[in-house]
Design a protein around this ligand. Structure first.
Ligand code: FMN
Length: 345
């Protein structure tokens, strides 16, 4: 029996890095009967430890933690050789905007791995109910260490071949993320274009390939969406965008304003902000930098981050990433518990 099947609502509150999945939001989702997820991506081990303790203080219900799987060192060196010049050009192009906002564009940290080893150990010590991974498959030795302390391991996949790789690494549950998803596609390969397949298409193909509980993600904002996913064989759903405007969400005021801005009407997938393909509402940043951004993650993310943060402080909806899934117009400003209870019918 998976952790999700033991919850009263078959809903995972997506881990949303960048401050959106605040401990308050994670606890609210778990308290309502779903499964809240802390987003460990971009956090230092110290910040993650604080989030874990804070969340445990807020709720006695189970919750999980999500990690970015880094590229291996050989791959990171190759990325540097292939993309260093293009990342410099991207940085130069961004510098004008950065200076208008009174900041400098960031510098790429080619050797960084988002503190993978320290986070692996921290999670082993804390033993959350669930550990989920995106952007890759954790080594089977790490999967076994987490399982040995009682954590269930979820891996995000965006194609049938990624599903097979995650099953081979002994994942307990697969998160099938379709192209309608908000934020980064969790594809294991950065440079290739992710497969143009939605969560129902993934359910249909992956169901016949692996014998694991499957969780559908991408564009799920209504009770009808959830019902269709369950009818297609999902054990539950993972929702992100539907929680962006929730009372407990850590989304900035500028992000919240952007999601409601009647002048912003189109959702695109773009590498403009981070080098990885992500679902976002189109704004001037997308139009200006999409062509310039090479497929180098997290280098492009690190370069644009201070500029986006300054734009958020300045209230500039055209200077931030407005991560959003296909159902973004249905976002509601209400307590997260109400949102997920209504979703679950
Ligand atoms: C603002 C935002 C941040 C996200 N950050 C993460 C993350 O840190 N880790 C992760 O596995 N998925 C992340 N995602 C993707 C979600 O896990 C999920 O796949 C997606 O939200 C599902 O689509 P939906 O937004 O249409 O519900 C993020 C999504 C959003 C909207």
């Amino acid at each position: 029996m998976s952790v999700l099947s033991g919850r009263t609502l078959p809903v995972i509150g997506a881990p949303m890095a960048g401050g959106v999945s605040s401990p308050l939001l994670v606890a609210a989702v778990s308290d309502a009967g779903g499964l809240g997820m802390i987003a460990a991506g971009y956090r230092t081990p110290e910040q993650l430890a604080t989030d874990l303790v804070h969340t445990r203080d807020l709720t006695s219900e189970p919750f999980g933690v999500n990690l970015f799987v880094p590229a291996d060192p050989a791959r990171r060196s190759r990325d540097r050789r292939s993309h260093e010049a293009a990342v410099s050009r991207y940085r130069e192009a961004l510098q004008d905007r950065a200076q208008e906002l009174g900041v400098d564009a960031g510098h790429p940290q080619w050797e960084g791995d988002d503190h993978w080893e320290e986070k692996v150990v921290l999670i082993e010590t804390f033993a959350p109910a669930v550990v989920s991974c995106t952007f890759g498959v954790p080594p089977v030795e790490v999967v076994r260490r987490w399982q040995a302390v009682g954590s269930e391991v979820h891996v995000t996949v965006t194609s049938p071949s990624e599903a097979l790789a995650a099953a081979a690494a002994q994942a307990d549950v697969l998160i099938l993320q379709g192209q309608e998803a908000g934020g980064h596609r969790g594809s294991h390969e950065v440079e290739a274009e992710p497969e143009p397949i939605d969560h129902l298409g993934l359910l249909e193909t992956v169901r016949g390939l692996v014998d694991l509980p499957l969780v559908a993600a991408g564009g799920i904002t209504t009770a009808g969406d959830l019902r269709r996913a369950l009818d297609a064989g999902a054990a539950g759903v993972q929702i992100g965008t539907a929680l962006l405007l929730a009372t407990e969400s850590g989304a900035s005021m500028t992000y919240r304003a952007a999601l409601r801005d009647p002048g912003l009407t189109e959702r695109v997938t773009t590498r403009a902000f981070s080098g990885r393909v992500a679902g976002a509402v189109r704004n001037a940043f997308v139009d200006r930098y999409a062509e310039l951004a090479p497929p180098a993650f997290p280098a492009v993310d690190q370069v644009s981050r201070p500029v986006r943060a300054a734009a958020a402080r300045a209230g500039d909806v055209h200077g931030i990433h407005i991560w959003a899934g296909a159902g973004w117009r249905a976002c509601q400003d209400r307590p997260a518990g109400e949102i997920i209870r209504e979703l679950a019918g």
